[in-house]
Ligand binder design. Structure first.
Ligand SMILES: Cc1cc2nc3c(=O)[nH]c(=O)nc-3n(C[C@H](O)[C@H](O)[C@H](O)COP(=O)(O)OP(=O)(O)OC[C@H]3O[C@@H](n4cnc5c(N)ncnc54)[C@H](O)[C@@H]3O)c2cc1C
Length: 411
């Protein structure tokens, strides 16, 4: 009988642990912190079933020279890391063509198809439905030409069944009466729910895992070594044996895999958030994004969370929240809000692949070593589905033709 260690208790690891436990395996979930304390803590909370399009595409390739100047509020390149980022950036640029775009959109739409249903299942089982906000996600455009540039995106949504409605300025005001009148067009993704406290949801899922008989152990993992019967994991509390390991440590996954001489093409897209006190008479009822400046306002249990910026770094380093700080006036101009509640902005690490597809599956030549990371902007969204795919694969269930394409094309 397999005994499986799941390394990492963010959304991806916790959901893998649950799905494996449901199959009857002995599962131990390991993290250096409590569940849901890193990237899974401070995200925008969107179960973004609309995230079917990869970041690499022909249009972004044209914008790269301008983006690299760090003058666009949506993106920052950490220039001191450029030498280490060059391999990732070369692959990213190589993916900026219609063929890769089509393949990745097809693969992502398969993965995302059940993302909302898979979350609803876990939200119900973990008694966490109270965190669900099903008012949708509103994408906002300041001028008509900016909206017209979304034609390709909207075609993709229609093709892959992502529900949305195009709304005009008056309809935006009907949906969110207290927003500034700066927006002339919107895209209301009315089938895209959010959660009002991502970390609490992740912890509720971890509690469900414990109720199912799973074990959570808090320790730092430093090494993995293949043994004749499986794997040995080095931790700060001594070594642990397992038949199988699922590496689900988000942006830290490559560090652990490196100890087994394995390489991955992962860069880190850092992001930040601030938190504002909502005004009781000027509520925000759904998550909204200012697509031009690139910030998202999400109504959460603890206040209005404002997430922003993609900051490309090669590894963990000190925060540089210049862009989100510079956006302060624009953010305040979007919605009347009370005081900002954090001393420092929260910072999180999105583990990102050059084609935006997560790495989910076996490691060639390393029996019993499974990988589940690289979910970029969609780790919350795809946690439950990733868990099911990993558990099915480990249990030996034949993969569908599409899953085989998605998994095997990565190696
Ligand atoms: C600003 C921002 C907004 C975002 N908004 C959204 C959104 O709206 N929707 C969405 O789907 N996604 C969003 N994301 C992305 C999402 O948050 C991540 O993709 C997701 O949280 C990754 O989950 P994970 O489980 O892979 O990693 P993590 O949540 O980072 O979990 C990894 C775990 O591994 C543990 N770990 C690391 N190293 C070790 C070690 N050596 N030993 C033991 N444990 C270790 C960590 O403690 C951590 O708990 C956003 C991200 C950011 C930064």
């Amino acid at each position: 009988m397999k005994n499986i260690i799941v390394a990492g208790a963010g959304f991806v690891g916790v959901c893998c642990a649950i799905a494996l436990r449901k199959k009857g395996f002995d599962v131990t979930l390991i993290d250096r912190r409590e569940p849901g304390e890193e990237a899974s803590f401070g995200n925008a909370g969107i179960i973004a079933n609309s995230g079917i399009h990869p970041l690499a595409n022909a249009a972004i390739k044209r914008q790269l020279p301008v983006l690299a100047t760090n003058r666009d509020s949506r993106f920052r390149l950490h220039w001191p890391h450029l030498p280490k980022l060059i391999p990732w950036l070369s692959q990213f640029v190589g993916n900026c063509n219609d063929t890769v775009d089509r393949h990745c959109t097809e693969a992502m739409s398969q993965l995302l198809r059940n993302a909302v249903a898979d979350h609803l299942e876990l939200l119900q089982e973990s008694n966490a439905m109270g965190y669900l906000n099903d008012t949708g996600w509103l994408r906002l455009y300041r001028d008509e030409s900016q909206f017209q540039q979304t034609a390709r995106e909207r075609q993709g949504f229609e093709r892959y069944g992502v529900s949305f409605q195009v709304v005009n300025a008056g309809e935006i005001t009907e949906l969110e009466p207290h927003l500034t009148r700066r927006y002339v067009r919107g895209m209301w993704l009315d089938g895209t729910p959010t959660v009002t406290n991502p970390s609490a949801v992740c912890k509720a899922y971890a509690a469900l895992f414990a109720d199912l008989g799973g074990i959570f152990k808090r320790t730092t993992l430093s090494q993995i070594t293949q043994t004749p019967s499986g794997w040995e994991l080095g931790t700060e509390d001594g070594n642990i044996q397992a038949t199988d390991i699922v590496v689900a440590m988000g942006a830290s996954s490559p560090l652990l895999l490196k100890t087994a001489a394995l390489k991955n093409s992962i860069a880190i897209e850092r992001g930040y958030h601030y938190l504002y006190r909502p005004l009781p008479d000027k509520p925000l009822t759904r998550s909204v994004i200012d697509t031009q400046a690139g910030f998202v306002l999400t109504p959460m249990e603890m206040g209005i969370r404002v997430t922003s910026v993609v900051e490309l770094v090669a590894n963990h380093t000190h925060p540089t929240p210049h862009q989100i700080n510079a956006l302060s006036d624009q953010i305040r101009g979007t919605l009347p809000m009370g005081e900002q509640l954090l001393d420092e902005p929260w910072m999180g690490h999105r583990p990102s692949t050059p084609d935006s597809l997560p790495i989910i599956g076996p490691t060639p030549g390393k029996k019993g070593l499974w990988q589940a990371f690289g979910h970029g902007h969609l780790g919350l969204t795809l946690g439950p589905t990733t868990g099911k795919w990993i558990a099915d694969t480990i249990a030996g269930k034949p993969l569908s033709a599409q899953q085989q394409v998605d998994l095997l094309s990565r190696f």
